[in-house]
Ligand binder design. Structure first.
Ligand SMILES: CC(C)(COP(=O)(O)OP(=O)(O)OC[C@H]1O[C@@H](n2cnc3c(N)ncnc32)[C@H](O)[C@@H]1OP(=O)(O)O)[C@@H](O)C(=O)NCCC(=O)NCCS
Length: 136
């Protein structure tokens, strides 16, 4: 449960799926609690708990137009992987799959730093800067 001042405003879950992957789902019920950072806070707690019990691969599916949710997930370290089509589902015909691998966060920083440098490689000094910036 996600609670604020003792009141339940939503929930977040983690369910075991195949090949060591776990799926997370999150919802905050009332609009007045959206965009206040509670979603990201809930993810950070979930991620800490997952690490403690050796869960590293977490994914979610989100409506590709749900920019608020996507921003929250990206800020928590999730990466957009692919669009999944559900042609038979008339309410949700496609989702964006996003993933985080908690064992690869260091690699992510290196990849991102290289990408941001136009794919040209990176000096150790700049890499350290990128790592420091990420820790803030
Ligand atoms: C998705 C959800 C869990 C996110 O939790 P949240 O507490 O609202 O999100 P946060 O406040 O932590 O982060 C949202 C970010 O998106 C930004 N944002 C808000 N509206 C936005 C928009 N329309 N487009 C892009 N970004 C937006 C916020 O400013 C915030 O970014 P910031 O931290 O840089 O300021 C919550 O909004 C929710 O439950 N919504 C309804 C149901 C839903 O969409 N569930 C997700 C199904 S996958």
């Amino acid at each position: 449960m996600i609670t604020v001042g003792g009141q339940t405003i939503g929930h977040i879950s983690l369910s075991k799926r195949s090949n060591n992957w776990h799926e997370t789902q999150v919802v905050i019920g009332e609009k007045k609690y959206w965009s206040k950072g509670y979603g990201q806070e809930a993810f950070q707690i979930l991620i800490k708990k997952a690490k403690k019990i050796d869960i590293s691969k977490i994914y979610l599916e989100v409506r590709p137009t749900n920019t608020r949710a996507i921003r929250a997930y990206v800020k928590c370290g999730f990466r957009a992987i692919k669009i999944i089509k559900y042609p038979k589902n008339k309410y949700l015909s496609e989702t964006l799959r996003m993933e985080i691998d908690l064992n690869k966060l260091g690699e992510y920083i290196v990849f991102d730093a290289i990408r941001d440098n136009g794919g040209k490689g990176i000096k150790a000094r700049d890499l350290l800067k990128a790592i420091k910036a990420k820790k803030k």
